[in-house]
Design a protein around this ligand. Sequence first.
Ligand code: TXA
Ligand code: MG
Length: 329
Amino acid sequence: MQPTSSNLYVRENPELIDDPELAGHYLAAGKLVAFPTETVYGLGVDATNAHAVDRLFTIKGRPSNNPLIVHIAHLDQLTQVASHIPEDARALLEQFSPGPLTVVVPKQTTIVDSVTAGLSTVGVRIPAHPTALAMLQAAKRPIAAPSANRSRRPSCTTYESVLEDFSNAPTIDAILKGEASLIGMESTVVDCTRNTPRVLRPGAITWEQLRDVIPSIERAGQTVEPGENSPGRLHPHYQPNAIVQIVDSPESVSAEPDCAWLGLVSCSQPNRMGMHCAYSSIESFASNFYEALREADRRQLRVVYCQRVLDTGIGEALADRMRRAAEPK
Ligand code: TXA
Ligand code: MG
């Protein structure tokens, strides 16, 4: 590793490590460490270290107006992140943590302003992943972590994909190796700073599950309203190099060797497609979606046809990511 300008270290390759305690110590020392979670891989940094957080935004290529989620190991660390816990946030955390839920709550002053893109609120999550929790415990501080992909690219659900995105300098310091993420869709983000909580991003905790806890909960619309406190929705996301097209039926797809099919059923001539994935369940479709987009790019395919899915359960998150992957580049 060679020091260059004041705050960037040019690494050739991230170090691959197996030990969550070492990963925690690296984070405490201000390093950037990717780690597995049950949703997608995260790219962690000490949320109280402004210098390290700036380096993360630069290396990921993340717009500075898109805030990061802060990860903790236990509910009793909440006061290190939040200045106040609204009742609805507490009810949701008690029901779904550890797990794929992020609540947006008023921010504690020790969390550096660049983590929250200058907002007075902060997203907090406790992941349900033993390796991530062991790392967070060893770090002994709140860890800000966006998904561990280069900005705009599909998220990573394997450490090999993280390595693929960060194999060029300047890169991150280490990758904590783990299995492939089981859920494959990011956490559900709920803004709990309003009178009525609002879902900003659909995710692995479903609308139906949230409504059982807070019957009055609202959903943000698909278009961003003026003044809406949901910066992540402004930027292009989840996009492979290939063109993504959402289709209602496999019959509308012409089988070509430079095209991929992703769906719950087969398309008519699977052997003539460059890549063909027919998943046995919506959960399996969701959990493999990002990796399939990445594989299409590895094979240099031109178009990825995605079968439209029902907007219920985990299907709501998958439909959201598909729609965003298909937006014009
Ligand atoms: O499952 C996940 O949430 C993964 C894993 C690593 O935990 N993380 C993740 O982070 O998806 P990221 O940075 O890719 O997405 C964070 C989302 C963005 O849409 C961001 O705008 C929103 O959360 N967000 C974070 N803090 C916020 C805040 N204070 N107010 C509104 N939205 C916020
Ligand atoms: Mg992301």
